[in-house]
Design a protein around this ligand. Structure first.
Ligand SMILES: [Zn+2]
Length: 216
């Protein structure tokens, strides 16, 4: 299970941020993110709609930082590897953009004894390895993930529940690029309780406290 924790508890020191300019893309990412977590040793944030988010809305920080440093989002088939093999070292100097199936000159990211490339599942974010000759073709860790990746809207239930209490359904729908109905149907499917009718109107009128603002 991934550990999710509050942005406020994230120690920037643990990210090996060296100088301000290197923290900048990280800080802007964190400001937009709802929560930060670690999965398979990789830091991620939830940022649905990010050009380099995986299907569940997770954006791996090393991918974000590498793209921001380059000045262009990652394209289809591009991956980011840690040159020193340390997944906590998010210094842009340590992050190298390469391609699926490309061997490159990176020393330490190959698993010992294996002639395979380390990849991140584009659906669930799980780390998996693939032979270089097949790496270009496979984007997911399993056939199930491959099937789910093709589906348009497949939010994480816990994430969806948090979102519907944080903003009106229309905004949640906008975030995922789907209709209000699609969001409502998904809530029903997962038995997620949505705010009662008039909830957001009451908040707007000041009769109810607004959901907790992000405190950064
Ligand atoms: Zn997967």
């Amino acid at each position: 299970m991934p550990t999710t924790f509050d942005i406020r508890t994230l120690d920037p020191e643990s990210l090996n941020a060296e100088i301000d300019i290197e923290v900048l893309p990280l800080a802007s990412a964190l400001a937009k993110a709802r929560s930060v977590g670690v999965e398979y040793g990789y830091f991620y944030i939830y940022w649905a709609g990010h050009p380099n988010a995986i299907k569940s809305g997770k954006v791996f920080l090393h991918r974000h930082i590498a793209a921001v440093t380059r000045g262009a989002w990652l394209r289809e088939g591009e991956i980011v590897v840690f040159q020193d093999g340390d997944k906590k070292n998010l210094s842009p100097k340590n992050l190298l953009i390469t391609s699926r199936g490309k061997r490159g000159k990176v020393k330490n990211y190959l698993p010992k004894g294996g002639d395979r490339q380390v990849l991140i599942c584009e659906y669930c974010g799980k780390e998996y390895t693939e032979s270089y000759s097949h790496a270009k073709r496979r984007k997911t860790c399993s056939p199930l993930c491959s099937q789910k990746l093709r589906r348009k809207f497949d939010p994480d239930p816990a994430e969806l529940e948090e979102l519907v209490w944080e903003m009106p359904t229309t905004k949640v729908a906008e975030l995922f690029g789907v209709s209000d109905k699609a969001v409502a149907k998904r809530c029903k499917l997962y038995a997620i309780e949505k705010p009662p009718r008039g909830y957001w109107a009451k908040i707007n009128a000041g009769y109810l406290p607004a959901p907790m603002e992000k405190d950064l």
